[in-house]
Design a protein around this ligand. Sequence first.
Ligand code: FES
Ligand SMILES: [Fe+2]
Length: 382
Amino acid sequence: MTMLTVDLDAEADLARCGALKDFWYVACLSTELPANKPVARTVFGTGLVLFRGPDGAPTALRDRCLHRNARLSQGDVFDGRLGCPYHGWVYDVSGAVVEIPALGPPQRGEKLDAHACTHEGLKPAPCDVGRLARFPTREQDGLVYVYLGKDVTQARAEPFRVPYWGERGWTVYFMVTRFANGVTNLVENFMDVPHTSFVHRGWFRNPTRKRVPSTVKRHAGRVRMTYHQEEDALTGLGRLFNPRGLPLVHTDEFIVPNVTRVDYQWGDSGFAINSQCTPIGPTDTWVYTAISYRLPVDVPGAWVGRALTPLVRWYTRQVIQQDVRIMETQRQGLTDGPGGGMYSSTEADLHHADIEAYRRWLREGAHGPGPEDAERDVVFWV
Ligand code: FES
Ligand SMILES: [Fe+2]
């Protein structure tokens, strides 16, 4: 059997993704889930309906009515309950049916008497029709997380904390982007420096033919890249961050199974780009990117940071769209007939190979101790 580096189908399939599902995934931004409207999301190929219960907390249920399977996400939310758009069955946050309009007033909150339901095989009361599958949710740092693993008490990690969320002087905003590729390829892209001078030429970094010595550390489900390059040739808005020419500290980190964090710091200013990938299907992924930044304090104040947000947003949107296009281009080649999914790696891909090793180990069920800790120096050129 050939060993695929990346198996797009398996890694996005709830039944075949092994331990990849035993983590919290972002379902939507908090602001995408209003109090009175359900929202549809697909995670690991599973249709979910999200809505807010009577206390405002998010709930995630299987998006399929027990009655005739209509999409509940096209229904309504009232008093923290979800009504099916077809015949109006009403569900509470536990996924139980609490009202069936066609059964009339007697069934509200009480069992119908046995004589009222003499037809065999029919359910006499809402409480008898069963319950929709319900998935644990968490809301924190402006994000709604959902858990699709077997047992939430066995989750392999807590939901990821957004860098600098709520911290003084930092501006944080989100971007939500749909990519036509799988999670492994996306996290590699977000942790990849060499592509920036091709895909983002002129926008972020120009080719400089510079040698970049780096350290790749693989430890406890994290792959951390430290670039020993104190001067960086950032172009565009990147230059705003370092008017004083301070040394750059640049690290990229992957955190299993789907998180990347890129940090550029000059003194106490800098930015962090944190991306969380949520698989929809084999070649479809939602990426929730949190951009946190702080401009140099002595130059402009925090309000300038906020005032610049529209510009920074526009700029980061352009850069992300360049990645959306290249990820689509990669996916086209990868899924073009047999043989796709086997990669060739060089020294400049060592950290990618580490990411693949962790994700493959999880996908195969996380048996044994997993990839061993390792720390290696590598050199590449940009
Ligand atoms: S299909 Fe949902 S109430 Fe009939
Ligand atoms: Fe990129």
